[in-house]
Write a protein that binds this ligand. Structure first.
Ligand code: GDP
Ligand code: MN
Length: 380
């Protein structure tokens, strides 16, 4: 889950990472009230989950109430790369002497954490990496050993941060690393990390991606979800513990195993259809899981046909068949269901369904046949 900048800054504050004071505002009046409270000048910042807001006109300094009115009015409703601005972050304006870049992310191939630090911040790090790769100091952090202050001090020196910034930056980086690890982030990025003319180092921007796999130990993340413009189908699926990703097509997909689910999307595409979702019910799925999966797909108004593609391994096809019948008892499934059932207990599974088959509950012998049938029903 990606956080808005203001949420990222609030998250940083829990780990004692210095950020400017600010407040959220959803209207011009709220922006004005916040600015009066904070004191001028303020910066008005578009809260959208996309970078490059500055260039797109989503970050403006306001020296007085009139400027707040003008800028807030312009930024609210602005379309930044397809994201409409509905919320502002009003922040005390900072004076900037230097802009740096700092981030931590996971280095999967090396099974370590990766820190990136540059004295050339404020611009996209991809651009720095392209034009001046030597300006980025990389650090590989063993997750067992972590990042200590000594190492952080060497790192800021290597990155050529200004003398005046080094000690504060080193301390901040250790805190950012703690935030990244204990806060279960996939990414914790500050761009720019600034040095002010009076030699204060702080995070002027915040880009935080939380690791959803760690959500179970962070009940406090729920507050972030409330503001998330998440796909309602995905919310429903998560509540039911399903591995679901919403797509735009008309064929609802249920498969067991991520690989088979992906292949199912491909086959549907190949025969001229488009998938409404990815849904992997996993190994060992029982009747309950199958019923939950059908309920989620049934709730999607774009779905015109449902393709259930099961190859029983650990998952037993008879359990899946029971799940389909259970779902049909629990909810009125609006779209026809095409099943391809193979593997462990397939014969028993098909027998369970045999007497229930009709024009809305159909079985096909192969994946390709089932895909063709589902797509023709969806396009009918
Ligand atoms: P982004 O464009 O989405 O990355 O948004 P940022 O929060 O990084 O802001 C973009 C740029 O606006 C920064 O690199 C700064 O140069 C400038 N900026 C943001 N806040 C302030 C501020 O408080 N004072 C000044 N002088 N400039 C700011
Ligand atoms: Mn930025």
């Amino acid at each position: 889950m990606d956080l808005f900048e203001y949420q990222g800054k609030q998250y940083f504050q829990r780990f004692d990472i210095p950020t400017p004071n600010g407040a959220v505002a959803d209207t011009v009046e709220e922006a004005l009230a916040a600015a009066e409270q904070i004191g001028y000048p303020v910066v008005l910042k578009a809260q959208v989950k996309v970078g490059g807001r500055g260039k797109a006109g989503g970050v403006k300094v306001a020296a007085n109430a009139d400027e707040v009115r003008t800028h807030a009015g312009t930024i609210l409703g602005l379309d930044i790369k397809g994201h409409i601005v509905r919320r502002l972050w009003v922040e005390e304006a900072s004076s900037i002497a230097k802009e740096y870049y700092a981030s931590f992310t996971l280095d999967r191939p090396n099974k370590t954490h990766l820190g990136m630090l540059s004295a050339q911040g404020g611009v996209e790090i991809e651009v720095v990496a392209e034009e001046n790769p030597d300006a980025i100091a990389f650090i590989s952090i063993d997750p067992v050993r972590g990042l200590d202050l000594e190492t952080a001090r060497r790192w800021v020196a290597e990155a050529n941060l200004d003398e005046a910034a080094r000690e504060q930056a080193a301390e901040l980086l250790v805190k950012l690393y703690t935030c990244y690890v204990e806060g279960d982030c996939d990414l914790a990025e500050i761009n720019p990390l600034i040095l002010t003319p009076d030699n204060v180092v702080k995070a002027l921007d915040a880009k935080v991606t939380l690791d959803e796999n760690a959500a179970f130990r962070h009940p406090e993340w729920d507050e972030f979800r409330l503001t998330d413009t998440e796909d309602p189908r995905e919310i429903m699926a998560r509540e039911k513990g399903l591995n679901y990703i919403g797509l735009d097509g008309s064929v609802g997909i249920i498969a067991n195993g991520a690989g088979l689910a992906m292949s199912t999307l491909d086959v549907v595409n190949q025969v001229g259809g488009s998938a409404a979702n990815f849904l992997d019910i996993g190994g060992g799925a029982n009747a309950d899981v199958m019923a939950a999966a059908l309920e989620v797909i049934n709730a999607d108004p774009k779905v015109k046909a449902i393709f259930v593609n099961i190859f029983g391994g650990i998952t037993r096809v008879d359990e899946v068949a029971k799940g389909v019948l259970e779902a049909l008892r629990r909810v009125t499934i609006t779209s026809p269901i095409v099943l391809r059932l193979d593997g462990t207990n397939a014969v028993e599974g098909r027998a369970i369904l045999a007497e229930h088959l009709n024009d809305k509950l159909i079985t096909e012998p192969t994946m390709l046949d089932a895909a063709r049938r589902a797509v023709s029903l969806a396009n009918a």
